[in-house]
Write a protein that binds this ligand. Structure first.
Ligand code: XMP
Length: 222
């Protein structure tokens, strides 16, 4: 059965108790949870073990180090049960390949373009080259901004065989339906879900909007 959940919720908080509670509430409605530095520093990497009970967990450490160091961090996240790990592609093929190798079955997702205004200064100028670095290293997917549809379409054209995960939805101005219609496979949403009055309902609403786009694209079921 196809997975109709396309929302990855970013648990951007320090407190593991709050994160666990949110994960419990949203479990079953999401494709995965994304945890980053705030939560990992606020608890320790064991939060990945904990949250894996509720859904897949993607560790967003945006690794950008030499191959050996990238490899050690990846191994730790793998031992703790991560489903995916996010690393920067700009550090080059050797550093990203080290992540892919240490990750084994864990999915490596490479950042090729970002969603914040400052990204136009350096990283987004090299997005196409970074997609090639990601593909060459054997990554599972890439991160590309859901609030920059022009960029999303540009990377989609060359990201053959790579899944696209798009942040920048909601608070940063992007729309989940537009991002999916423009090539994203999954959307990453943080604040507009976690700060909503009813986070579960908000995820359901986003999933429904995405499924409308997918139904239009795929035509009626036969
Ligand atoms: P909000 O609250 O804006 O959170 O929905 C978005 C989440 O995604 C992360 N983020 C990014 N990660 N490239 C990335 O790799 C990006 O361009 C990007 N923009 C946002 C952010 O850390 C937060 O967890």
């Amino acid at each position: 059965m196809p997975d109709d959940k396309k929302v990855i919720v970013a648990l951007d908080m320090m407190d593991p108790v709050v994160a666990r509670d949110m994960a419990k509430r949203l479990s079953g409605e999401v494709f995965a949870f994304k945890v980053g530095w705030p939560l990992i520093l606020g608890s320790n990497a064991d939060i990945v073990v904990d949250l894996s009970r509720y859904s897949k967990v993607i560790c967003d450490l945006k690794l950008a180090d030499i191959p050996d160091t990238n490899s050690w961090v990846t191994q730790k996240m793998r031992e703790n049960g991560a489903w995916g790990i996010i690393a920067h592609a700009f550090v080059g093929g050797d550093s990203l390949e080290a992540v892919v190798k240490a990750a084994g079955n864990v999915k490596t997702i490479a950042v090729v373009a970002m969603s914040h205004p400052g990204s136009s200064l350096f990283i987004n100028k090299k997005a196409k080259e970074l997609v090639r670095v990601a593909a060459g290293a054997g990554a599972y997917g890439i991160i590309a901004p859901g609030n920059d549809i022009k960029m999303l379409k540009k990377v989609k054209k060359i990201a053959v065989g790579l899944k696209i995960l798009s942040p920048g939805i909601g608070t940063q101005g992007g729309s989940a339906s537009d991002a999916i219609a423009s090539g994203a496979d999954y959307v990453i949403v943080g604040r507009s879900v976690c700060n909503a009055d009813d986070p579960k309902n908000e995820v359901k609403r986003i999933n429904a909007a995405i499924n409308t786009v997918l139904a239009q694209r795929n035509g009626p079921a036969t």
